[in-house]
Design a protein. Sequence first.
Length: 300
Amino acid sequence: MDGYEILDAEFRPLVLPNARLEVLGTGFRWLEGPVWFGDHDCLVFADLPHDRLLRWSEQGGIAIHRAPAGFENGHARDRQGRLVGCSHRHRCITRVELDGRITVLADRYQGRRLNSPNDVVVKRDGSIWFTDPPYGIQTDYEGGKQAQELPARVYRLDPGSGALAVVADDFQGPNGLCFSPDEQRLYIVETGVDFDAAPRQCIRVFDVGDDGTLERGRPFHKIAPGNADGLRCDEAGRVWSSAGDGVHCIAADGRLIGKIRVPGTVANLCFGGPALSRLFICAGDTLYAIFTNTRGTPLL
């Protein structure tokens, strides 16, 4: 099939032979952090080096959603439908309230400033989980050079107390993350400190404890070519990951079962559309979309 690479029979029914990869917009700098707003029938995503959030809809095309935006990278929605974002410039996790006010949820751990929160997910219990590598404070391109005060870590923000807890501290460069549909697993990307040659680059998986801890961290899958960045699970627990040659679909047991070939390097992706069956893909300067025969894990 044109545009697909089928590596296992499990992938074949997930693709539609008459659905092509569509360009929804191009000419940006580096797209990141897509999140679907089903109640508004639109996608919100970041043009990170331009320091702006954009909005795409079938009816209205692409428009400015918010600018400046604090060089936000990853995004998620919480249980109330509010937008949660990762600000590189301000080194914090933010939430856009329903009246439009922006609340800073976390910017320090034990008195020291966070690095540059990168990606974020919200669990059904309302807890907010995010990665905090130093990528956004290493250059002026994605937020501005600043001094690193903390090691790269993964955090959990308690929805009741607002307390921040370290859930993983053995990463060199934690990046994208997503829960399995039953939230019993958390997948976290280890991009490392060198995007081209870090030996530890892989997707890792952890068991999620009832007390909000992570257990049994282990390698899940090594992306090649390139490395993983953002990723999402579909309703059957398959992982759809960014890669150097497009989007890779990985079975729950870690097998690569298929690819969607995409021009350019894919940074992040999400499922959206009325049935959550349309895959939106941020790849360098271009926003793509393709209809699939599976559905993403419901956001709310």
